[in-house]
Design a protein around this ligand. Sequence first.
Ligand SMILES: Cc1ncc(C[n+]2csc(CCOP(=O)(O)OP(=O)(O)O)c2C)c(N)n1
Ligand SMILES: [Mg+2]
Length: 308
Amino acid sequence: MLLIRIAEEEIAALYLKNKIMSFVHFYVGQEAVAVGVSDNLHLEDRAMGNHRSHGHYLAKGGNLRAMICELLGKEKGSSHGKGGSMHMIDKAVNFTGSTPILGSIVPLAAGSAFEQKYHRRDSITAVYFGDGASEEGVVYEVLNLAALFGLPILFVIENNLYSVNSKLRDRRSADYSVEKIVSGLGVKYLKANGNDYEDVHAQAGTLIKSIRAGHGPSLLECITFRHMAHSAPIMDDAQGYREEDVLEKRLQEDPIKKVKTKLLSQGIKEEELAVLEKEIRAQVSSDIQFAISAPYPAKESLYTDLYA
Ligand SMILES: Cc1ncc(C[n+]2csc(CCOP(=O)(O)OP(=O)(O)O)c2C)c(N)n1
Ligand SMILES: [Mg+2]
């Protein structure tokens, strides 16, 4: 979680220095979701994500250096610099892709889970998407088919209360219930506090156990807070749209702060955590330096690996 946090803080600084030319959607505040889920996944399991996937990618074991190179458009990036922030992928750790068109990753993930079932593989697929994406029509269709075919898939909704700046209550009737919709389609549902690593880990663990036992798809809804603006490396509290998740509350519910408090209460020393943080900072800084001096792709490769 700390690696994701520090990497993103440094990426924000790079963005402000105009080193990154594409959109970046920061994951700060939501780290407990990706890490809580991924700590229940094996290497052979697949994970897929959306436009806000740095955390999903790193939590699955993705390579930070390749990720930063990708953000800077460098040849050593995980997609040779042609995908950018919104197309994280690393097949070596079975992070099999992320797509920014809302909801579009969900049917692809179901296809992955279908393949796992068809070939009787001993693995599952986990797919992350937001509360906004969860309202796309295709998601309901996929939930239905996943239940019908008993697919080994965990749907993870990261409900950070907003689609850009639009609130849940401006998009859903007062009676809207994710639990009723999902359960009504035959998909097992659990909810977790997405600001709390232990809760996410426990609820995801229960669902993943059920999926591995062949009981078909499950959906975990994690309620969490996005700390930064929708797609910029800034705090946007001055815009005044936030209600429950005001800055004071976000800092109070900070998932990393919660883990730290827990570790200290278990006897881990401040100094040990300081060493960990120092090591992570050194790694992030070295990977950024590498990426900055790495070459761009050769002009001749402009049209390779492109599909339209
Ligand atoms: C089909 C589609 N419509 C609109 C957009 C523009 N868009 C990008 S992110 C976003 C909000 C997504 O909200 P949510 O799914 O809750 O994810 P979050 O950004 O909150 O993590 C929108 C509307 C898009 N990428 N795809
Ligand atoms: Mg959202």
